[in-house]
Design a protein around this ligand. Sequence first.
Ligand SMILES: *Cc1c(COP(=O)(O)O)cnc(C)c1O
Length: 391
Amino acid sequence: MSDKTTRLIHHPYQPPAGFSAPQPGVFKASTVIFPSVAAMHTREWRNKSGYTYGLHGTPTTFMLEERLCALEGGLRCVLACSGLSAIALVNMALLKTGDEMLIPDNVYGPSKALAEGELLAWGISHQRYEAMSPSDLAARISSKTRLVWLEAPGSVTMEFPDLIEMLRICHARGLICALDNTWGAGLAFNAFDLGGESVDISVQALTKYPSGGGDVLMGSIITRNEALHARIQGTHMRMGMGVGGNDAEVVLRSLPSLALRYAAHDRCARALARWFQSRPEVVQVLHPALEGSPGHASWKSVCGGGQAAGLFSVVFHERFSVPEVERFCDSLGLFKLGYSWGGPISLVVPYNVASMRGPAWPYKGVLVRFSTGLEAVDDLQADLAQALDRL
Ligand SMILES: *Cc1c(COP(=O)(O)O)cnc(C)c1O
């Protein structure tokens, strides 16, 4: 090694082993270096006994996978580059032309778009069942059904379904049930231990509470079944949906405070949701932990009357036009306009639910979805009050 350039790349110095600090080191790799050709040939990564290529795992991603399994009570985890790509991966791994999947009518919007777009183009059909009706779900199961998606509560409209009964119905027919568990975050309930039932697959957008910063996109797919995991892991490898070491590290750093943050988001959202119930401008507050919200009884039985995420929606009185409600949103100072949730900043989004849900949606007024951040409740309430005054 006479050349300086070569010496800079192949420098012999190795720092002493045994370094220990609160946060694990970050490993970043596309290439993984093998000690020998024999090691290259006998490599094994599927069971986390070794490494092959950055896409298939590094110490950092393996560590995150194991911690997420501990969080959710699962056995095996696959990381994807966003919550949506995790959902897409489950669909691609488990469905083929001629198959059908069932999704709830209040499903996360981009999931529905995927069903109506690529999946339909690939000859995979879907039906939307009434999220609050186990009997409607049961009636839509056919010999083509291969996968049933559950979501608790529904995105935007916040209805909490009878998860346990729906799992019972699907499992009696031998169907695989995947839950979008982003709201529960592995904290509000245990998706793998629900009154004698268990989901087969739990998907989370780590983008939300596990990241906690509004600065990372990532998704997880957790199972308790090795064969099911192997199918998803195989598709994950072939589709090349890996995550970067720096992003994995951000989530690892946020996980220790997840439960504390979740509880704080919950307290704040409930206080503001209850306050909204006393306001004459709104006709309905949608928050599963509040009496009178759709699915409150199911939330109680599934979450044991305990935790909820920091999300709620309100339906404005129909006397307020769309531009007026939009002006309310624009008048907010602390609540920022933006999609996603789970970070320190409170967010607000107005939705045209009638166009998302069709004629079954019972309200005429505009729906506004709030996600509480970590600001003080009194400041957020004052912000809402001053914006309501401008209506
Ligand atoms: C945000 C979200 C997703 C998608 O997560 P991304 O990382 O933004 O792709 C999926 N499901 C639910 C319920 C979500 O809120």
